[in-house]
Design a protein around this ligand. Structure first.
Ligand code: AHR
Length: 329
């Protein structure tokens, strides 16, 4: 056999073996499988908050080869259009699964249809989507409306327990507009305010879930001279920013009622110190649970369409107990 034929023969065997190893099987795409390792493309929102950092870390820690996974990570930098391209890139790469934590909840049908057509199962994590059920495999994450209801109910109970008779004037710092995290938490407050004659939202503006923007918005509210006694910040980072602005303006934030969301370790410490009154919990530690869903899908199990994390609230009654198990720093 001449050398050309030997090279061609070796190349054909290698090509055959390569294609066999990339058998799409139940996992979908064909370009991402490495032996038994499942390749997962994770389209992440960005790095806007402590919650997000902990969420990313949870995936990076768990989706490793010794657990049977390879993670391909894309950071959308809070840009919904970039994130759609990130998902399209995963489809082109032929990953086995896509996990999508969507920046916002709308406009996803075409991209999700492309993933479906390519046979790549897509799991929605953290924030939900406004799409038909058949376009994704399952959702795992927080019940954002439920978190808002928890926060509002805590305020109702607190007002009653403390015998507060003053009108309730609320500064509302919203998260990224169009994300379910913002929509659910905002709807809960808006509905409560509609119901209560003595509750008013004196300012309602997005702080984009960042500390810097939370501070900037609070500074402008202070400059406008608005009177308020409650801050409803849709995450811990915006609460930190608002408190920084209040301190800089010489306003005693401990005289206000400060409501936050998430439950970073430093925010839980601030509840103990009397800086934040209550945090509606939202857990970022989703990596191992998403991996479990993938394993169950691989085993042919039919998954529930929606699984919400178990979440409560953290206030002065339980903060000390929650501190050692809180996420982040
Ligand atoms: O979607 C979860 C939210 O996104 C968290 O509450 C917030 O901190 C994050 O940026």
């Amino acid at each position: 056999m001449n050398i050309k034929k030997i090279i061609l023969g070796v190349a054909s065997v290698a090509l055959f073996l390569g294609l066999s190893a990339c058998n799409p099987g139940e996992g979908g795409g064909d370009g991402g499988t490495t032996g038994d390792v499942i390749t997962v493309g994770f389209a992440q929102v960005g790095a806007e908050s402590g919650w997000r950092t902990a969420n990313t870390q949870s995936f990076k820690d768990y989706f490793v080869e010794e657990n049977g996974f390879k993670l391909v990570f894309a950071d959308a930098n809070q840009d919904a259009d970039k994130q759609k391209q990130d998902v399209r890139d995963f489809i082109a790469q032929g990953v086995d699964y896509i996990v999508l934590a969507p920046v916002t909840d709308s406009g996803w049908e075409p991209v999700l249809q492309e993933a479906k057509d390519a046979g790549i199962p897509l799991i929605v994590a953290d924030r939900q989507l406004m799409v038909a059920d058949d376009l994704y495999l399952t959702y795992l994450g927080g019940n954002m409306r439920g978190e808002g209801d928890t926060a509002v109910q805590w305020l109702v109970d607190h007002i009653a327990a403390e015998g507060i008779t003053d009108p309730i004037n609320i500064v509302h710092l919203q998260g990224t507009i169009g994300s379910t995290a913002q929509k659910g938490r905002t709807e809960a407050l808006d509905e409560a305010v509609k119901d209560k004659a003595d509750w008013t939202i004196v300012a309602q503006q997005t702080g984009e879930f960042t500390q810097a923007k939370g501070q900037e918005v609070m500074e402008s509210i202070i400059q406008q001279g608005l009177a308020f006694n409650v801050i409803y910040a849709e995450n811990d980072d915006m609460a930190y920013g608002a408190i920084d602005a209040l301190k800089a303006a010489g306003i005693n934030h401990q005289e206000l009622i400060i409501i936050s969301f998430d439950g970073n370790k430093s925010a839980v410490q601030m509840v103990i110190d009397g800086d934040i009154d209550v945090i509606a919990e939202c857990t970022p530690l989703l990596g191992p649970q998403i991996a479990d869903l993938i394993r169950r899908a691989e085993a042919g199990e039919t998954l529930d369409k929606v699984t919400y994390s178990i979440e409560g609230f953290i206030d002065s009654t339980n903060a000390a107990e929650k501190l050692p198990i809180a996420f982040g720093s």
